[in-house]
Design a protein around this ligand. Structure first.
Ligand SMILES: Cc1cc2nc3c(=O)[nH]c(=O)nc-3n(C[C@H](O)[C@H](O)[C@H](O)COP(=O)(O)OP(=O)(O)OC[C@H]3O[C@@H](n4cnc5c(N)ncnc54)[C@H](O)[C@@H]3O)c2cc1C
Length: 326
């Protein structure tokens, strides 16, 4: 075991910390649609993978470690254990050409292990991630890894530890809201699908989803009273379909104009604005996707519609033309 690994992971004591590194392997690959590829991971570590108090993952974000071409993941990432607070800075200080890249993804589904019962053998814990294959034009290491992934491939995920009280990485927090507006492009579809599958029947509202083509529309089971509308982008500019769909779902009232939100330079910073206090009854909006589209929707909902910023979560998941740091 290297000294660097010792610094990253408290191997001796393995104390309870919020975040763990999970050593996993690809157990299944399913091409859901032309642009969505579901990769299922399994590994003994996943028994310690966290979720909220109800066992849901909602929009839980995690880090996936993509190896550099021709290199295995650095030895210090191929470990089990609680990560120290400085793990990110330490990972960043490794040799850039061999350390691989880190990208953010959503847990689409987490299935706990099922112990052996009578004649039935045990089923290990499994975790699904739905990767968008953005291979035309601006491709990236994560999309390329997913496109080539095969059962047996090794991967390290960084995510919440089940032994820690809070599950870090979940933003969806509708408080007492009884109506939701869920808006996202293809990168937010896994989160919106997981949220919809967890919403109770008394919640109503709309989900507006923009994906590359009509062949990417998915069946999303929900018992909530949410109207799910899919929009195919086809050759139109990114975000256009979802922006105009939001304008038909949420219409400004004549007297409800709000303040102009402060501008966010989406090329220099990450647009990430979540409520500071729990939303009360009424509408709660959760909006994620390409940062410039999210910035434009933020302006529309906050300024034109006059929505309370404590009732909306705006999250830039990626930026067109830019690889995200990691
Ligand atoms: C909280 C959170 C959750 C996320 N969940 C998911 C998820 O579940 N599934 C998922 O697929 N993505 C998800 N994303 C988005 C994902 O992290 C980015 O798309 C990421 O840039 C992909 O990494 P990459 O290595 O493929 O491309 P990068 O190396 O980051 O980028 C290379 C080029 O590809 C472009 N690019 C990146 N993503 C896309 C895209 N989707 N379409 C078109 N061009 C693109 C970039 O603009 C850049 O020009 C999430 C992001 C966040 C912040």
């Amino acid at each position: 075991m290297s000294a660097a690994m010792d610094e990253l992971v408290d191997v001796e004591a393995d104390p309870i910390r919020p975040i763990r590194a999970f050593d996993v392997r690809v157990s299944a690959v399913e091409q859901l649609t032309p642009h969505f590829r579901r990769i299922t991971f399994t590994g003994a570590d996943l028994e310690l993978f966290g979720s909220n108090a109800d066992g849901e993952t909602l929009d839980l974000r995690i880090k996936v470690m993509i190896p550099s071409p021709g290199h295995a993941l650095p030895e210090l990432l191929s470990v089990r254990g609680s990560l120290t607070d400085e793990w990110y800075q330490k990972w960043r200080s490794l040799d850039e050409s061999t350390r691989g890249v880190m990208r953010t993804y959503t847990v689409r589904s987490l299935r706990p292990a099922v112990p052996a019962d009578g004649g039935r053998s045990a089923v290990p814990a499994e975790l699904d991630i739905d990767f968008v294959l953005h291979l035309d034009g601006g491709s990236g290491p994560a999309a390329q890894w997913a496109a080539a992934a095969q059962p047996g491939d090794a991967m390290t995920l960084i995510g919440p530890c089940a032994r820690w009280g809070d599950c870090l990485g979940i933003e969806f927090a509708p408080g007492d809201a009884d109506r939701v507006l869920l808006v996202g492009d293809e990168t937010a579809v896994p989160a919106i699908a997981a949220i919809l599958s967890a919403l109770p029947a008394h919640i109503s509202g709309h989900a507006v989803l923009e994906v590359p083509t009509a062949a990417d529309f998915l069946d999303i089971p929900t018992i909530a009273n949410v109207d799910v509308r899919w929009h195919a982008r086809n050759a139109n500019p990114h975000g256009q379909a979802m922006s105009s769909a939001v304008r038909t779902v949420v219409v400004p009232a004549a007297c409800d104009r709000g303040e102009e939100p402060e501008d966010v330079d989406v090329d220099a910073t990450i647009l990430w604005e979540t409520p500071q206090k729990s939303p009360s009854q009424g509408l709660y909006a959760w909006i994620a996707g390409e940062a410039a589209t999210i910035r434009e929707l933020r302006r529309y909902l906050v300024r034109d519609v006059g929505m309370d910023r404590n009732a909306v979560a705006f999250m830039g998941y990626w930026r067109q033309g830019q690889a995200l740091p990691g």
